[in-house]
Design a protein around this ligand. Structure first.
Ligand SMILES: Nc1nc2c(c(=O)[nH]1)N[C@@H](CN(C=O)c1ccc(C(=O)N[C@@H](CCC(=O)O)C(=O)O)cc1)CN2
Length: 286
């Protein structure tokens, strides 16, 4: 039997339709959700992502301002821009595209964004609230993964979830979100010994390693749910994930493709977070 495809493109469309309906309701009250996206430098992939964010915002009836700077921008200049956006009542979400050039301290920059506008969910206050299960903007990729699991009726409760990767934006938070849904979570990383013996116990495997097609059928348990967060190029320059999609077909129960899996969900969840921020602002003025 071949694995069931987890179709992130289709699920993200569904999420975006729901967001659009809520945006239209807000517009009747004179509020247009506004997202400010800051891009520093000329990273080609980042430019594609920020353009996609802008295009998606506009398609859903939201405002999106792209602030683009050369990689010579100083940290202070960036902090000044963030402060200006923090004060702008028409902007409900602020996002600084990562990675940033080396001269800029990522933590300082993320911490400068008002937590109320932190639609990426990267601010230490957002992370802290998420950790203790309080209301917070959830980071978009992990949030998108949880949405995909829910859509396919995959309940993490009692399952062994193995996360490969410990980044602040994917690995650490997805483990926490799975834990909150009562999964038993194991984190693996570059220093983990005998990785395959651990991943082979996973009912849900999250691959966020950054190595093209690294996970093949020898790493996985029969019928496991495989979520591929990788975004790599193969030997022919073709986009691929951390999972060898073809090779796991006969073993996995469910698998996300790359492209068309987790990636589109990231942008859809960002739209949801921006809308949520605008809705919160409205309820405060009532
Ligand atoms: N401030 C942030 N920076 C970064 C984030 C983030 O969530 N916030 N995540 C990634 C990049 N990213 C969004 O910013 C992102 C990556 C990939 C996709 C996506 O849709 N991928 C497509 C393929 C796209 C292609 O053809 O190149 C897919 O998987 O189908 C969306 C968003 C790092 N930085």
């Amino acid at each position: 039997m071949t694995a069931t495809l987890i179709d992130g493109k289709a699920v993200s469309q569904k999420v975006k339709i729901q967001v659009k309906e809520r945006v239209e309701k807000l517009a009747q009250q004179g509020i247009i959700p506004g997202l400010a996206v800051i891009l520093v430098g000329e990273n080609a992939a980042s430019l594609t992502y920020v353009k996609n964010k802008k295009k998606t915002c506009e398609a859903l009836g939201m405002r999106s301002d792209l602030h683009q700077y050369p990689d010579t921008l100083t940290e202070q200049e960036l902090l000044t821009k963030i402060e200006e956006l923090n004060q702008n009542p028409e902007i409900h979400g602020i996002l600084v595209q990562l990675p940033l050039p080396k001269q800029i301290d990522e933590f300082k920059v993320i911490s400068a964004i008002s937590p109320e506008k932190d639609v990426d969910g990267f601010h230490p206050i957002s992370v802290g609230n998420m950790m203790i299960g309080k209301e917070a903007f959830l980071p978009c990729t992990p949030h998108g993964i949880m949405e995909l699991l829910a859509h396919y009726n995959i309940d993490p409760a009692g399952k062994h979830a193995v996360v490969i990767g410990r980044s602040n934006i994917v690995g650490k938070p997805i483990g926490q979100l799975l834990l909150q849904k009562d999964a038993t979570v194991t984190y693996c990383h570059s220093k983990t010994k005998d990785l395959a013996s651990i991943t082979a116990q996973a009912d849900i495997l999250i691959a966020a390693i950054g190595r093209a097609k690294f996970i093949d059928h020898t790493f996985i348990k029969p019928d496991a749910v495989i979520i591929d967060v990788g975004m790599n190029r193969d030997e022919n320059g073709k986009l691929c994930g951390d999972v060898d999609f073809q090779d796991v077909q006969e073993t996995a129960g469910f698998v996300t493709p790359v492209p068309g899996g987790v990636g589109p969900m990231t942008i859809a969840m960002l739209m949801g977070n921006t809308l949520q921020s605008a809705e919160k602002g409205l309820s405060k003025t009532k």
